[in-house]
Design a protein around this ligand. Sequence first.
Ligand code: ZN
Length: 178
Amino acid sequence: MTGGKPRSPRGTKYEKAEFPVFEFPVVGKARYEYTTGEALGRFLAGLKEGKILGTYCAKCGRVFVPPRMYCSYCFREVDGWVEARDEGVVVTGVMSYISATRARLERPVAVGVVKLDVPGRQFDDHFFPGLMHYICGASEDDVKSMRIFGARVKARWRPPEQRTGSITDIECFEVVRP
Ligand SMILES: [Zn+2]
């Protein structure tokens, strides 16, 4: 604008209004942070120590991994913490032909949900502590033939000094061949 009394743009056709124009360079990489809260915070801190932590509800018996502070089935606070083992059984799995950033992969990767073992507790196939993760050591044929369902797997951890308190502290769940 070049001096004079600024015109109110209200009621003025857009193309006739005189606006100051600001230009911003496009920010290519947005970084943001948020608090994890107690449950996810302890879960992530546990991963750094090589532990998979969850919480349990004494009323319905459910175990939540990743943990929650409230049981959404009983509408009450959970009763405590449990440590799941870093192994379990593949409940479902698929071959993925795209990466986490949607790039096409030359070699597909197996991704699945692992029903984790928790000592002293049994779970049915509907409510169980489970994590979705990469399944390594599974071939395309293992997945297509559905042999992968029910396979025993164990976490492959990154070395302690490389862990950052992230789900990627576990590289993948590796198929345990009998
Ligand atoms: Zn409950």
